[in-house]
Ligand binder design. Sequence first.
Ligand SMILES: *Cc1c(COP(=O)(O)O)cnc(C)c1O
Length: 404
Amino acid sequence: MLDIQNIRKDFPILNREVNGKPLIYFDNAATSQTPQQVIDVIVDYYTKYNANIHRGVHSLSQEATDAYEQARQKIQSHFNAKHSHEIIFTSGTTHGINLVANGFASLLNDGDEIIVSALEHHSNIVPWQMLCEKTGAKLKVIPMNKNGELVLSDFDSILNENTKLVFVNHISNALGTINPIETIIEKAHTVGAAVLVDGAQSCPHIKPDVEALDVDFYVCSAHKICGPTGVGMLYGKEEWLKKLPPYQGGGEMIAEVSFEKTTYADLPHKFEAGTPNICGGIAFGAAIDYMNSIGFDNIANYENELLEYATNQLQCIEDLKIYGTSNNKTSVISFNVGNIHPYDIGTLLDKMGIAVRTGHHCAQPIMDFYKIPGTIRASFMFYNTKEEIDTFIAALKKAIMMLS
Ligand SMILES: *Cc1c(COP(=O)(O)O)cnc(C)c1O
């Protein structure tokens, strides 16, 4: 059992008011809030040992380098990667995906095929379209059904020896569906295709084991797991990271440079050109510590309770339709009410201090599937409460009354 009231004390932002009402923050799938433990690490870095890493012989630089590399090891052990050099610091999920897409541009040929899922975030669609344009490879899509689940029998029929890459998110940010990535990875490997999993939405709720999954690439963003924005990680199997060319050139990523020829640094530095987000990386490690101190089993159990509690109440509201009704989903609820525009409800909820997301959630193909412009999305984290859900439901009913 989690002591939620105690946990909430870790998040100073939860004490503030919005439009004269206590803040109720239900936009966690867009970004999570930051606990004092992580804020302290950020303040500590800039107060005590801000310096550039991997270069200086002076003490501050060594302290910063040690803290940054310790964070890499924390991330390695959290995701159960075999080597710490398989963890590449990025600016976030989007950067990680682009890094891999760019690398594959030199490995793909005309006639090769790439498979993505119908449930993808734009950041997991657009880089592959750009890659296909560059290489002549073809993009194929695993379709979804009305419940917001992938249709795996159709995956079987598009998977073949030409498939070089499969990209799928672990959990859909728009609908909350948990995708059967174990099966997808296993099937993709039977034809020798590599698999990249977008873990931006899963990392806040579960602890992925990249070794057990046998996944080739896994990406996430720190800001969705109580860390700061602008930092994330790419896990890649050593053999793949060795094969892929560097993404950006610059300092940090070289072994030797002359005007005739440059040789690249070893992993992970080959992919980390320029001065990285040092403080962000260290705070990312602190965020992982914080999440583990609460415990991912506790987090998943409690968030499931919140999901069930909110779903049951929402289902009682007339004309309310929930999108994404898989049995296997996390605490993300996308819905619409009658013909009311999501934006109008979102605006009224904000007046009552409640933050939800409205729109297409960077997943327009999903909205097209349901033939809607967008949804209202409420997404919960372990620091949310049933009382907040009660207030939200009452506010929602009030908004519906005002708009109909
Ligand atoms: C948030 C999110 C992204 C993008 O993450 P950034 O931090 O903006 O790079 C990608 N995919 C999914 C599923 C997401 O939820």
